[in-house]
Design a protein around this ligand. Structure first.
Ligand code: PLP
Length: 491
């Protein structure tokens, strides 16, 4: 393909992307294809001779789009969103056009310098302490691929710090602290690094948040057993229910355990810190006062297309002490002089995408005001859904809604059945039936979860294209399916 052919194909691609977005509302959210569908359309090996771009682009429309689940669809309410934006797509196109691995400052000074700056913009937008700013020269932030990578980086840094402080520590004694509500990234980090993980119990009464008391007794027990807890992964906005660990209580406990690194995983909820009114409930002041590291994903609820996970640390030296390996071929004049940041020492891989461009375009395109308005709109839409659930005869909230997330289930009216006498198992069966029916629909997508044995359904608002109408349609569908599930269950 030459430059002029690229120009033509590029214009067509943008046209088709616009048509895709225009038609999104009419598409089903979930792909209707069966497993293995692509095999009959795509040869078993790459072609020997290059093909015409028009044929390739047409095949994308014909074979790939039908196999997509449309995460930007206004009725995509599953998992957590990966809300993208046109600003971000354009930036990604430019980033892709220079295909730059940006691992050292000298690879492309703009890649590093823009990241240094926009990470400070993001920190300011979220109200993070200046201790985390790159401009502090001590703390700092850099973009990782995912929250799972961010946690892995934090665990590696925390382990290395602990081992430097306590050189006689045996690897097998080191423990990562999580709760039953921590995303599986905690267990995965332990698996990858060959470390023990401790999973602390949390209760429905505490709205699935880790409390100080539970943390303290676990630490005391491990102290007695000679184990070495070295990092706690606390969550602000858990995946199942949006629970927020009790950061003030955690702060009180860790005052007595200064060698415990506290990483805050706010992969989803962290972007809501951009709005003043949520800072208190998300414990921003406390996070700012003591957390060692903080992560949120702008690729989830932050309008930046996947992937873009932002990680800040209070002391960048802990990253570089753990991750800096500089063979001769990576040495540079500025790196040797220590006058620049080489981000390869702040994450796991060597090469890295030019992701700061997406953040820059999004922050400038929306402005802080537009960004906050989007977050507030999602929360308002969720509140509408919550209001409808609260008025429903068949549906009820399982736990208090969190920001733009509602966890609910079918619950028979007390007068129509003796609800108190119904076992958890029986209600779970009803709700499995309910969710089974919901997930067979292709025009909406929600996800299931279990909270301390209670099977429930999650609805998360986040697509930039969702409106009130879509929320009402979602409610109409879930209440209709709830009625049918109840009838079937009673038989
Ligand atoms: N942490 C929380 C609270 C999440 O909800 C999720 C995903 O939904 C993750 C971490 C994992 O994110 P990632 O896919 O970026 O690793």
């Amino acid at each position: 393909m030459d430059i002029e052919q690229f120009r033509k194909a590029g214009y067509q691609a943008i046209d088709r992307i616009c048509d895709y977005y225009y038609s999104l509302n009419e598409q089903s959210v979930i792909s209707k294809v069966e497993p293995g569908y692509l095999r009959e359309h795509i040869p078993l090996a790459a072609p020997e001779k290059g093909e015409d771009m028009q044929v390739i682009a047409d095949d994308y429309q014909k074979y790939i789009i039908p196999g997509l689940t449309h995460w930007q669809h206004p009725k995509f309410f599953a998992y957590f969103p990966t809300a993208g934006s046109f600003e971000s797509i354009i930036a990604d196109l430019y980033a892709s056009s220079v295909s730059n691995p940006g691992f050292n400052w000298s690879c492309s000074p703009a890649c590093t310098e823009l990241e240094v700056i926009v990470m400070d913009w993001a920190a300011k937008l979220l109200g993070l302490s200046p201790d985390f700013y790159n401009s502090s020269g001590v703390g700092g932030g850099c973009i990782q691929t995912t929250a799972s990578d961010s946690v892995l980086v934090a665990v590696v840094a925390a382990r290395s710090l602990y081992q430097r402080n306590y050189p006689d520590t045996k690897m097998e004694d080191l423990v990562i602290y999580t709760t039953t509500q921590t995303h599986s990234l905690g267990a995965k980090a332990a698996l990858i690094l060959g470390l023990q993980v401790k999973t602390l119990e949390v209760t429905a009464e505490d709205r699935f948040a880790l409390r100080g008391e539970g943390l303290r007794s676990a630490l005391q027990e491990d102290e007695r057993g000679g184990r070495k807890p070295f990092i706690l992964i606390a969550t602000v906005g858990t995946t199942s229910s949006g629970a927020v660990d009790n950061i003030p209580e955690i702060r009180e406990v860790v005052k007595d355990y200064p060698s415990l690194w506290v990483h805050i995983d706010a992969a989803w909820a962290g972007v809501a810190l951009s709005c003043d009114e949520y800072r208190k409930e998300l414990y921003l002041d406390e996070i700012n006062s003591f957390a060692n590291s903080f992560c949120t994903n702008f690729h989830k609820w932050g309008l930046v297309n996947f992937d873009c996970s932002t990680l800040w640390v209070r002391d960048r030296k802990h990253l570089t002490d753990a991750l800096d390996i500089t063979p001769p071929f990576l040495r540079t004049k500025h790196g040797d002089a220590g006058t620049v940041i080489d981000f390869r020492n702040w994450h796991l891989a060597l090469g890295r995408r030019f992701r700061s461009l997406k953040m820059w375009f999004v922050f400038r395109g929306f402005g802080a005001e537009g960004f906050r308005e989007y977050i507030r709109r999602c929360i308002r839409l969720n509140e509408i859904f919550v209001g409808l659930i609260e008025q429903s005869n068949t549906l009820s909230l399982v736990t208090q809604p969190s920001l733009a997330l509602t966890v609910f289930r079918v619950s028979p009216m007390p007068e129509s059945s003796n609800q108190a006498a119904l076992s958890t198992q029986s209600l779970n069966e009803l709700n499995r039936l309910f969710f089974g029916r919901l997930s067979s629909k292709t025009d909406i997508m929600l996800t299931q979860t279990t909270l301390n044995g209670t099977f429930c359904v999650r609805l998360a608002v986040g697509s930039a294209h969702t409106t009130e109408k879509h929320v009402h349609e979602a409610f109409a569908l879930v209440s209709e399916e709830a009625k049918i599930a109840l009838e079937l269950w009673k038989q």
